[in-house]
Write a protein that binds this ligand. Structure first.
Ligand code: NAD
Ligand code: IPM
Ligand code: MN
Length: 363
């Protein structure tokens, strides 16, 4: 059997709930298929660890994570810790130091799930949002002077580099080329933001010339939000900056019915470092501990993790199980359903085993 090493960071809030549900499915897949075996490193890097030891990450975190084939991440964020501390001490250093410069956020409307948009069919919306994941406002540059004075200043410096823009566009074009519509929309704000965003536009059109088979168009981010709502079928691959795509991906998740189903893959396309598979959503302190978190966002991220590892059969079995369970209306409250995390997980687990066995019989 093929062997993989996966680092698991459940984190805070509903993170341990959705990760726990997903590990049950991975276990079922591994047992039923028998074609791969996963060795897990369970890491307690979380706000609880911060309360106990004053740190989210150990000093040698890069050495600890590096030998893994992937990182499976729940969520971080605790009501008693300022968010800029928890995020800058756990999630963002991993994305940046491991050069996970591409964050993939697919959006589809699953059968059985209601979109808040009228007159939309599941087939008419299929987006791949490609988020630049290391630069822009997330470069962490800026500061405060004259703290507490009436003339206090806070700056948030957005950093964009030619290399950083080129690499995200080359990666996004490869994705656009592999999809049937071969259509790429890049998003900036180069009317108001006249330096970094203008550089984005210039580099985008340069890379576009390398991919003549893909139709390229530019959108300003404000108009893009309107387009996503009014003409969702006209979009396919979308590329945007770190901050713009952060916002657009929550909008995309809402259009697809709930942030509880939206996955995210923070990828190092060079495979020098492990990539992280996570959800778009956070630790949801408002529902944590109640057993009603939707596990599908983390599970779909698990599917993408299996694809990244090359385990397509297992990935397909899992994704089909998720789709079928949604189609049957087995849904958590965020999707208007009455099931809890346990109920949805059991339903998906049963279908995963059935799908995997069917595959065994066919081959
Ligand atoms: P959130 O995504 O945690 O929650 C927003 C809303 O969506 C809440 O009402 C929540 O109950 C609901 N929701 C989210 N995921 C759900 C799921 N799986 N099932 C059902 N409902 C779900 O965003 P927030 O409230 O802005 O942030 C909470 C904390 O999470 C903050 O500390 C924030 O910084 C952090 N955060 C972390 C990540 C991450 O770890 N990747 C992402 C976003 C926010
Ligand atoms: C996300 C999250 C993070 C981000 C936060 C928690 C730092 O919102 O993954 O979308 O902005 O990247
Ligand atoms: Mn976000």
């Amino acid at each position: 059997a093929r062997r993989y090493k996966i680092a698991v960071i459940p984190g805070d809030g509903i993170g341990p709930e959705t990760i726990g549900a997903s590990l049950e499915i991975l276990q079922a897949l591994q047992e039923t298929l028998g074609s791969f075996q996963i060795e897990y490193t369970h890491l307690d890097w979380s706000s609880d660890r911060y309360f106990a030891q004053g740190k989210y990450l150990p000093d040698d975190w890069m050495t600890v994570l590096k030998p893994h084939d992937a990182i499976f991440f729940g969520a971080v964020g605790h009501p008693k810790v300022p968010d800029h501390i928890s995020l800058w001490e756990l999630l963002l250093p991993i994305r940046q130091r491991f050069q996970q410069y591409a964050n993939l956020r697919p959006t589809r409307i699953m059968r059985g799930v209601d979109s808040p948009l009228k007159n939309i069919s599941p087939e008419s919306l299929d987006w791949m949002l490609v988020r630049e994941n290391t630069e822009g406002e997330y470069a962490g540059q800026g500061g405060r002077t004259h703290i507490g004075q009436p003339w206090e200043v806070g700056t948030e410096l957005a950093i964009f580099t030619r290399q950083g823009i080129e690499r995200i566009f080359r990666f996004a074009y490869q994705i656009a080329e592999s999809r049937s519509k071969k259509h790429l929309t890049f998003v900036t704000k180069s009317n108001a933001q006249r330096s970094g965003m203008v550089l984005w536009d210039e580099v985008a059109w340069q890379i576009a010339a390398e991919f003549p088979h893909v139709k390229t168009e530019k959108m300003l981010v404000d108009a893009m939000t309107v387009r996503m709502v009014h003409k969702p079928e006209s979009l396919d691959t979308i590329v945007a900056t770190n901050l713009h795509a952060d916002i657009l991906s929550d909008l995309a998740a809402a259009i697809a019915g709930s942030i509880g189903i939206a996955p995210a893959s923070s990828i190092d396309p060079t495979r020098q470092y492990p990539s992280t598979f996570e959800s778009v959503h956070g630790s949801a302190p408002d529902i944590a501990g109640r057993g009603i978190a939707n596990p599908i966002a983390t599970m779909w991220a698990g599917v993408e993790m299996l694809r990244w590892l090359g385990e397509e059969v297992a990935a397909d079995a899992w994704m089909k199980a998720i789709e079928d369970v949604c189609a049957e209306g087995v849904l958590t409250p965020d999707l208007g359903g009455k099931e809890d995390t346990r109920g949805v997980t059991d339903a998906i687990r049963a279908k995963v085993i059935k799908n995997a066995k069917q595959h065994q019989m066919a081959f």
